[in-house]
Design a protein around this ligand. Sequence first.
Ligand code: FMN
Ligand code: EPS
Length: 401
Amino acid sequence: MKMRYLTAGESHGKAITTILEGIPANLEISKEDIDRELARRQGGYGRGGRMKIETDQANVLSGIRGGKTLGSPITLQIENRDWINWEEVMDPFGDSGYSQEELVIKKETKIKHVKPKVTKPRPGHADLAGSLKYNHEDIRNILERASARETAMRVAVGAIAKTFLKNFGIEVAGHVLQVGTVALDKKLDMELEELKVKSEGSPLRCVDEETTKEMIKEIDRCKEAGDSLGGIFEIRTTNLPVGLGSHVQWDRKLDARLTMALMSIQAIKGVEVGLGMEAGKRWGSKVHDEIFYDDKFYRTTNNAGGIEGGMTNGEPIILRAAMKPIPTLYQPLSSVDLETKEKFKASVERSDVTAVPAASVVGEAVVAFELAKTFLEKFGGDSMEEIKANYENYLAMVKER
Ligand SMILES: Cc1cc2nc3c(=O)[nH]c(=O)nc-3n(C[C@H](O)[C@H](O)[C@H](O)COP(=O)(O)O)c2cc1C
Ligand SMILES: C=C(O[C@@H]1CC(C(=O)O)=C[C@@H](OP(=O)(O)O)[C@H]1O)C(=O)O
């Protein structure tokens, strides 16, 4: 049974939807668990006006009954509360709002909306490439789907994957290491639980209070200048069994699968596993994690980031992802109008200054999904009971070695 999902929906359309297939029967799910993850993604210092409008919640349309999965496809929907302000513009069978010449100001939110037709491509966004590729004159037809609004659904799916993994004691946690040039320079020497508590307590999902303060100052400075910021986040796991993923085929290698999952998040431009780029600089003796045995195999270092030969080696997985600065700048960059071909500097209605904390929550979700999928490939069954039996059998087998 293959776990898979697709998302659909535009950023200012009515809703974002998914069909998630391959979740086994009898997995206990709570709506609160999904909604808590959605709220975590909405937070973070540096987010723009849109997050004040949205209160993301998952509407379950199929696949769960009485708090337990049925084994059938799970359909989820997240409403876009901002849609009421875009109803005419986004109407599937309307005139796309082209008759609406003036700015629309809705009393409820006091959000100003620009003219319906967008012809000014933003450097760094999908605007230009998408409009040329899909032959659209209105950039809105591209930006609506390119938008990271879609990541709300990836987090909802990830919440279900996390719940599944928790049944086997597996946890996934993300935290922010860097915003712009402000980086956490202390060595991280803490258990996953402590890391979760500390990052949860920070508006930037950074485990260190002093660094968080510096990051906030940097974001304020950047906002003042009308600019934007990126950064780096890290994802860690705990309690993974040895042997998820495989060395035998390129598309079964777990490091390849996890890095693709992270790379697929909007604005992520670099991903590292374990030492990552640093491994290219060091001598082998300073990279490879020596193997020891005391009732079980273990390591005293984890430079590999928990993966060797495309398989988990029993150590925690450690991944890092770099996010570029948000493309929409209040102090805009030069670009060329699609229609007039004239140079312009666009004005901006609203945007995030940075969204690294939100991206770290999305990172957790996509990693959790990929891990749950790989786990099911190895221990798969149609019910949780069947999978647990398979898992225990494997653990006993590994223990005997
Ligand atoms: C959580 C999150 C929030 C984002 N918010 C914005 C935003 O407010 N404005 C913007 O221009 N881009 C934002 N982005 C980034 C764009 O979606 C992204 O740069 C764009 O889709 C182009 O894709 P690429 O950067 O992967 O090439 C955000 C990304 C994430 C992950
Ligand atoms: C809506 C979300 O993020 C959006 C991602 C985004 C982009 O271009 O990626 C642009 C902004 O949208 P808007 O133009 O409506 O303010 C962000 O707010 C979200 O994270 O839920």
